[in-house]
Design a protein around this ligand. Structure first.
Ligand code: ADP
Length: 309
């Protein structure tokens, strides 16, 4: 690496194979879809590209295979100015996400981890100078949980701020939770962590009140701060300064794939620039809202000039 990155993302890189269908098949059913498009994705690579495109100095620690999808990812990362010096070429194939998209902008996703499963604590240990020099480390759960735990511990012991997006959900021990600043979850992940049923019935008026309470209760589980993302309804942040409702800008959504990753990457950029959690989340909401107006994950992420106001 030429220069140590302010934001180090430890996470996955996948090639997203996206097909649009009029409606999703139910079990045992076959439907015909449109042509497949292949788009660089994976939560870690997405977060890194989101941050890089915004002009931050960012590196991705992870692994891809020695195949065409690995090249696609390296190229996408390079074009967003993400340092790939910590991205290893593994013996396993590059991870894939099989995404079906319906005209309402919703998606379902199956992930095959491939090379991402070979990102081990030893990789993080080998990068300890880069991790310790970062301002913010960003994690999500498409790499082995033991690697995530190790990275959280290593970064936090070195005084580096740890942003963890609990996606896809997995149980975290209390010691790990206590080091998060912030824990970032969407409403389904929040419900899972609190051991509650998802409750989509909440009326718009009651949403703010309900999620202020959810964010407070999540903090009681240990994290230093919490962000709950609420799709088109925005987000709620909670830290020692208080609990803040962040409105989502109104946009015409065409594809919500990777909205949460755009949010997390932008949030890390804001925090690395020493913005408050609520300020950084308001910025992240504008970045993510811009991303949902365009197709794909990484290709939809805006530069600072393109972020809607
Ligand atoms: P995930 O993709 O992890 O499920 P969300 O759906 O909560 O996460 O989206 C993350 C963030 O993206 C939201 O907090 C919001 O700021 C933004 N966002 C998502 N969908 C929309 C939308 N339709 N309009 C505006 N902003 C959106």
């Amino acid at each position: 690496m030429n220069r140590r990155a302010d934001v180090v993302v430890v996470g996955s890189a996948n090639a997203d194979l996206v097909v649009t269908v009029a409606r999703r098949p139910s079990a045992g059913e076959t439907v015909l879809g449109d042509d497949v498009t292949t788009i660089p994705g994976g939560k870690g690579a997405n977060q890194a590209v989101a941050a890089g495109r915004l002009g931050a100095s960012v590196a991705l620690l992870g692994a891809v295979g020695a195949d065409q999808y690995g090249e696609l990812l390296r190229e996408s990362l390079r074009s967003a100015n993400v340092d790939t010096g910590l991205l290893r070429t593994a013996r396993r194939p590059t991870g894939n996400a099989f995404i079906t998209l319906t005209p309402d902008g919703e998606n379902t996703i199956v992930v095959s981890p491939g090379a991402n499963a070979s990102v081990l604590p030893a990789d993080v240990a080998a990068a300890s100078p880069e991790v310790a020099a970062a301002k913010v480390i960003v994690l999500s759960l498409e790499i082995p949980l033991e690697t995530v735990r190790h990275a959280v511990e290593a970064a936090s012991s070195a005084g580096v701020r740890v942003l963890l997006n609990l996606s896809p959900v997995a149980p975290l021990d209390e010691a790990t939770l206590r080091r998060l600043d912030p824990l970032v979850v969407n409403e389904h992940e929040a419900a899972w962590l609190l051991g509650e049923q998802d409750d989509p019935s909440t009326s718009d008026d009651a949403v703010a009140e309900r999620f202020i309470d959810v964010a407070r209760r999540l903090r009681e589980l240990g994290p230093r701060s919490v962000v709950v993302t609420l799709g088109p309804r925005g987000a709620v942040t909670s830290d020692e300064d208080g609990t803040t409702v962040i409105d989502a800008p109104e946009v015409r959504a065409v594809d919500s794939t990777g909205a949460g990753d755009a949010f997390a990457g932008a949030l890390a950029v804001g925090l690395a620039a020493d913005r408050s959690l609520s300020d950084a989340a308001a910025f992240a909401a504008r970045v993510a809202a811009t991303a949902v107006t365009r197709v794909g994950a990484q290709p939809s992420y805006p530069t600072s000039e393109e972020v809607i106001s």
